[in-house]
Design a protein around this ligand. Structure first.
Ligand SMILES: NC(=O)C1=CN([C@@H]2O[C@H](COP(=O)(O)OP(=O)(O)OC[C@H]3O[C@@H](n4cnc5c(N)ncnc54)[C@H](OP(=O)(O)O)[C@@H]3O)[C@@H](O)[C@H]2O)C=CC1
Ligand SMILES: O=C(O)[C@H](O)CS(=O)(=O)O
Length: 485
């Protein structure tokens, strides 16, 4: 069905301790193509027992993986990177089939994720310790860094490849072992990564992929098993809070990449055409299903009309369709429930006085399709303002002053990504420093890359992924005090 050059990449079993297995219960789950409703694959659906075996296997494999030199681990990660790049076209087809995003976006995601493997293969060599000035003549102080140990990970459906790569890369580079649970709606990309990990020489037990519709049971095992020393999660804030609480009993190190409510501010000194381009990619990438999408578009009143007109025209030019087709800009949402959620948000706004500028809504293309929509006349009484839209809806807000824009932007419990377009250098510094977010795009709508620290503050999470900071989450600091010198 997918016409893969390498059909071996499409797997129907879980990958645990180097074995491709059925679930203990024989249970299976169907992976559905959101564009067509067709079943892409029927795969093993595992539970807590298989998860426990994967964790135990990861613990057994840890000493040998930990004791490799960083150069030996780096070579395996780089070989894995090369295999992913060589298979990018097939991996993109698998990703689009299970998640729906346009093929070009899927390929970009595959390479974006692979870039973390390349990056951390090198960063591991720079995990330096310290020699500290001795407190007395008879002592010497040294600080070394060592891998945390067995890591467990749960990731969401919206970036089924890159979200795992962004975690497994620093973990394995640091000398940790890794058990991944992808979202049950999009497991195939993770299993394809495991095929290539095996080929790259990642030893049995170092990287396992547990798939199952009983995410609660799998997560319970991951967050309470004492062998797991680090738990990393990407997903909604609500689930992140629950999982972080479950980790408390065994005091695991945790990193949480959670929800967002990104402001996208257009000031009166912005280049309006550039701001429109930035807003389009920032809002409608992955059909608006990213945690860093523009969730509130704030436009200064003197340029509101010209921006709204140009932006609406650009939105209406976007092509909605099956992500496998040439020229499609926006694919389906992940499932019919997601369509209902965004429709309810638009209906709430309209009921409180907002206007559906381009009459966007559910599409006859299929039950997972929603046409890119622009809503104006929006205010903070509407759910669109407070909730993460996670869909192709662009709400436009009008503001008058710089201070008001910053106040509106910060009026949320989230603090992940934020964006603004302006050209006055004083304004750029004032606004960049005033926004309470982990990341700020300035005259730029796409800010994610492996060399930068991705992450949020407030209830958008803890920790950073990527950059020179990203490996710290997978290392422990050990202080050696030598006496009797
Ligand atoms: N900050 C960031 O980098 C990102 C944040 N997100 C946020 O995630 C949300 C969208 O993704 P979505 O998948 O719906 O998020 P969810 O939080 O619902 O699911 C994320 C993952 O958690 C699993 N899960 C859900 N409930 C539990 C549970 N009780 N115990 C263990 N695992 C559980 C899911 O498994 P299953 O699906 O199989 O049930 C999935 O693998 C948005 O809020 C978005 O902002 C998404 C991506 C990146
Ligand atoms: O899951 C997400 O939303 C991603 O973190 C967005 S990005 O890293 O691809 O920008």
């Amino acid at each position: 069905m997918l016409n893969l050059k390498n059909p071996d990449l499409l797997r129907k079993h879980a990958y645990i301790n180097g074995q491709w297995i059925d679930s203990d219960s024989g249970e299976t789950l169907d992976v559905i193509n959101p564009a067509s409703g067709e079943t892409v694959a029927t795969i093993a659906s595992c539970g807590a027992d298989e998860t426990r075996r994967a964790i135990e296997g990861a613990n057994e494999a840890w000493p040998e993986w930990r004791d490799l030199t960083v150069k030996e681990r780096a070579k395996i990660l780089r070989d894995w990177y090369n295999l992913i790049v060589d298979n990018a076209d097939d991996l993109a087809k698998i990703l689009t089939a299970e998640q729906g995003k346009p093929l070009a976006e899927a390929r970009t995601e595959i390479l974006y994720g692979a870039n973390y493997l390349e990056w951390f293969a090198e960063e591991a060599k720079r995990a330096y310790g310290d020699v500290i000035a001795p407190p007395s003549k008879d002592k010497r102080i040294v600080v070394i860094k060592q891998p945390v140990g067995v890591t467990a990970s749960i990731t969401p459906w919206n970036f089924p490849s890159a979200m795992i790569a962004r975690k497994v890369a620093p973990a394995l580079a640091a000398g940790c072992t890794f058990v991944a649970k992808p979202a049950s709606e999009t497991p195939l990309s993770a299993l394809a990564m495991a095929v290539l990990a095996e080929q790259a020489g990642v030893p049995k037990g170092v990287f396992s992929v547990v798939v199952g519709k009983s995410s609660r049971a799998i997560g319970k095992e991951m967050t309470t098993n004492p062998l797991v020393r680090k738990f990393t999660f990407t997903g909604s804030t609500a689930v992140g809070k629950q999982l972080q609480a479950q980790c408390a009993e065994t005091i695991k190190k945790t990193s949480m990449e959670l929800g967002g409510n990104a402001p996208f501010i257009v000031f009166d000194d912005a280049d309006i055409d550039e701001a429109v381009k930035g807003a389009i990619v920032c809002k409608y990438r992955n059909a608006g299903q990213t945690c860093v999408c523009a969730n509130r578009i704030l436009v200064q009143e003197s340029v509101f009309d010209v921006f709204a007109e140009k932006f609406s025209a650009a939105v209406n030019a976007l092509k909605l369709g099956n992500g496998m087709e040439e020229g499609v800009d926006v694919g389906p949402m992940i499932n019919p429930g997601a369509v209902n959620d965004v429709r309810a948000l638009v209906e709430d706004a309209i009921s409180k006085g907002a206007k559906n500028l381009n009459e966007g809504g559910p599409s006859e293309l299929g039950e997972c399709f929603y046409t890119p929509t622009v809503v104006s006349g929006v205010d903070d009484t509407m759910k669109l303002f407070r909730e993460e839209i996670f869909g192709p809806i662009a709400p436009l807000y009008k503001f008058s002053s710089e201070e008001e824009a910053i106040q509106i932007a910060n009026d949320t419990e989230f603090g992940l990504a934020s964006y603004f377009y302006a050209r006055d250098i004083g304004r750029i510094w004032r606004v960049a420093e005033g926004l309470e977010y982990g990341m700020v795009g300035i005259n730029e709508g796409i800010i994610s890359n492996e060399m930068a620290p991705f992450g949020g503050i407030k209830q958008s999470g803890t920790g950073r992924e990527g950059s020179k900071y990203g490996i710290d989450d997978y290392l422990e600091i050990k202080y050696l005090c030598m006496g009797g010198i």
